[in-house]
Design a protein around this ligand. Structure first.
Ligand code: 0X9
Ligand code: ZN
Length: 443
């Protein structure tokens, strides 16, 4: 088959593509019988099976009684809050085991509370999020030179790293790889810089392990600033853009092979059997205040001290070295469809808040103009909840980066962290439009 024919077929094939460099043969265990036409990755099927019978509920919190009731479920086994218990929002999304589900729904009914079901079958949703493509498409990808990354599937860390190596090789003189260190479990915290300019911009994804759309979208930005860089010459002449798709590589790999809903790093805490710290609570500005828990088992445990995690130390050291050149910091999370402006630890605002808001609003407008949904713009502490020790606040207050933002990407909870891989491409397209509009707003 000639390369042109292959390319044409690639473009025409609607199926998703593999999450690995090598092809995974369908396992008999992967054949659940529930979804006969679907092919599963072995590790994905094992991972999903842990969530058998789990549901994601959307609880209405229009009264304080319900908020208090939900608080009694914090840090309980079989309970995972997907959105924070906050008086600022009308609903809370919570994933529950079958046991907790019966208890919680009964108590809600008894107390006059109400809820809906966002995801009726979490196991199924995990399986459907990232299907293996057809054998025909796999064969085509096998024959592809250079890299296996696509924007039709969620990929493992090695595939993200392979893509950056490919971009460095293919766009020599424009892009080159870099590292901000090694994770707790020994993985490279790898990034790629593209651009020829003196001025600098930082973009990171995958701080939170389970928010898979984030690394996928950052790798889409890498593509935009390399493969189609001719369209972005104004940006790339003025700026060098540093991009790290997977800032928490240990957590990210664990979501593929261990627990799909893992959020934190994978560091060991002395004196506790619980693992990991929330990297977005671990930065050294207002560390350990609002929105954190001293319980090492909590998903918002900020670590034993500021910058206890090698992943956050890597960002700190790099950004401090670039203090005088770095002008914009953007961190990608999911989900909620919001774009945050500092500060998030509390409701105080920086003196240049209006200017930051102007740039963020340009981003949200461009995102919508590119066919995306509406994103709310404002402070996390006013739109969602106050949370301290975040990377965005630290970048603004301590690393002196004027324009600091956090995106909460798609969706609004219909799929939550289990956003289907078929939505990666559109998310990438609309988010890239937002980022480029924000950069052009400060050109
Ligand atoms: O809580 C977080 O870290 C972010 N939301 S998420 O659901 N992805 O976990 C929001 C962080 C906003 N920034 C600050 N609070 N500083
Ligand atoms: Zn997050």
């Amino acid at each position: 088959m000639g390369p042109l024919v292959s390319l044409l077929l690639l473009l025409l094939t609607p199926a998703a593509v593999p999450a690995h460099g090598q092809v995974h043969v369908q396992s008999s265990r992967g054949d659940t019988g529930l979804v006969p036409a679907l092919r599963l990755r072995t590790e994905q099927a094992d991972n999903a099976a842990q969530y058998a019978g789990y549901q994601v509920l959307r609880v209405n919190v229009d009264n304080n009684g319900t908020l208090d009731l939900l608080r009694t479920y914090e840090d309980r086994p079989g309970v995972d809050f997907w959105t924070p218990i906050s008086p600022l929002v009308p609903t809370v999304d919570v994933m529950v085991s079958p046991d907790v589900r019966s208890e919680l729904t009964r108590r809600l009914k008894d107390s006059g509370g109400s809820y809906g079901v966002n995801i009726g079958n979490v196991q199924d949703a995990i399986v459907h999020q990232n299907p293996i493509p057809s054998p025909f498409y796999l064969e085509l990808l096998e024959g592809r030179q250079g890299y296996q990354l696509t924007w039709k599937a969620y990929h493992r860390l090695a595939v993200h790293h392979q893509y950056m190596d490919y971009v460095e090789h293919e766009y020599r003189g424009l892009c080159s790889t870099f590292s901000v260190g090694i994770s707790t479990e020994g993985r490279n915290i790898k990034g790629i810089r593209c651009g020829l300019g003196e001025r600098e911009i930082w973009i990171d994804g995958g701080i939170h392990a389970r928010e898979w759309i984030s690394p996928a979208v950052v790798s889409y930005l890498v593509k935009d600033f390399s493969a189609t860089s001719y369209k972005e010459q104004d940006i790339l002449k003025a700026f060098t853009i540093y991009m790290i798709p997977v800032l928490n590589p240990d957590g990210y790999e664990y979501t593929h092979t261990g627990r799909r809903m893992w959020r934190k790093t994978r560091s060991r805490t002395p004196g506790s059997s619980c693992v990991g710290a929330d990297p977005n609570r671990n930065f050294g500005y207002h560390w350990g205040e609002a929105g954190t828990s001293t319980n090492p088992c909590s998903d918002v445990y900020p670590g034993s001290r500021p910058f206890s995690e090698p992943e956050t130390r890597g960002v700190r050291d790099f950004l401090l070295q670039h203090k005088n050149k770095m002008e914009m910091y953007i961190s990608f999370h999911s989900y909620s469809q919001m774009l945050f402006v500092p500060y998030g630890h509390g409701t105080e605002r920086p003196s240049d808040y209006d200017e930051l808001l102007r740039v963020a609003q340009k981003g949200a407008a461009a995102l919508q103009a590119a066919g995306g949904p509406a994103f709310r713009v404002g402070q996390a502490s006013r739109l969602l909840y106050a949370a301290s020790g975040g990377s965005d606040d630290w970048a603004k207050a301590k690393a002196n980066i004027k324009y600091s933002f956090t995106f909460e990407l798609r969706d609004k909870g219909f799929n939550g962290f289990l956003l289907p891989s078929s939505l990666i491409e559109q998310s990438g397209r609309e988010t890239a439009a937002a980022v480029k509009a924000m950069i052009r707003a400060i050109l």
